[in-house]
Design a protein around this ligand. Structure first.
Ligand SMILES: N[C@@H](CCC(=O)N[C@@H](CS)C(=O)NCC(=O)O)C(=O)O
Length: 213
């Protein structure tokens, strides 16, 4: 199998979490550009991640890929066994996808904009702060997102919180997790997990390279 991905993407980080935790032999490949005709032949959506299966068929969408890998390679489990904990893991990942990352997305374009759009920046920071607040009620208090051990939700949170903590200070929100103490404690703890640390290191290296060092 081949995973089209880049280390800078918060969505691909959660798929790599499963690859590392399950020891999967999956080739990582860069997409031939985003939304290019060549890449749309692979993934009609034109986004990463996309998982090419051995028969050539392709699955897009990070959560769908994670579910597929979990079902196909169930050990070690990266989906909590308890139904409510499994739902909580899915909820946290969904909150990252529906609220946290979309709130921050407009800010990426402002990083290198010659003329900063102050209204867009103010709205982005406010929306991101609100979205981060949603996570506080559901985040695990034992160092992991849900289920008391590493799960796919940690991959989603790592992607979202890495960008929240690296990007928002550049736009004036010095302590993005100051209003969410449980989430702040989680963020400290997950950096001590071996796979958590690996993913955060990869995101950091990729961001540094993207910002020209
Ligand atoms: N809902 C998608 C989002 C994937 C996504 O937005 N990926 C970004 C990289 S972080 C991308 O490919 N952007 C290129 C584009 O939108 O042209 C998923 O979960 O896989």
């Amino acid at each position: 199998m081949k995973l089209y991905q880049l280390n800078l993407s918060p969505y691909t980080a959660r798929v790599r979490l499963l690859c590392y935790a399950k020891g999967l032999d999956i080739e990582f490949a860069e997409p031939p550009g985003f939304r290019t005709d060549a890449y749309k032949q692979v993934n009609p959506v034109g986004k990463i991640p996309a998982l090419e299966l051995d028969d050539g068929t392709v699955l897009p969408e990070s959560e769908v890929i994670c579910e597929y890998l979990e079902d196909r390679f169930p050990e070690p489990a990266m989906r909590p066994a308890d139904p409510f904990e499994a739902a909580r893991a899915r909820l946290l990942a969904r909150m990252i996808d529906l609220y946290v990352i979309p709130a921050m997305s407009p800010l990426f374009g402002q990083l290198q904009a010659a003329q900063k759009d102050q209204q867009l920046i103010a709205d982005g920071v406010t929306n991101a702060r609100t979205a981060i607040g949603y996570l506080e009620q559901y985040i695990g208090e034992d160092g992991f997102a849900a289920g008391g051990k590493l799960s796919h939700a940690d991959g989603a949170l790592i992607g979202g919180l890495f960008f929240a903590t690296s990007l928002l200070p550049l736009f004036g929100l010095a302590e993005p997790l100051a209003d969410t103490p449980k989430l702040a404690a989680y963020w400290q703890a997950i950096q001590k997990d071996a796979i958590g640390a690996r993913l955060i290191g990869e995101l950091g290296e990729a961001l540094k390279a993207a910002m020209g060092g």
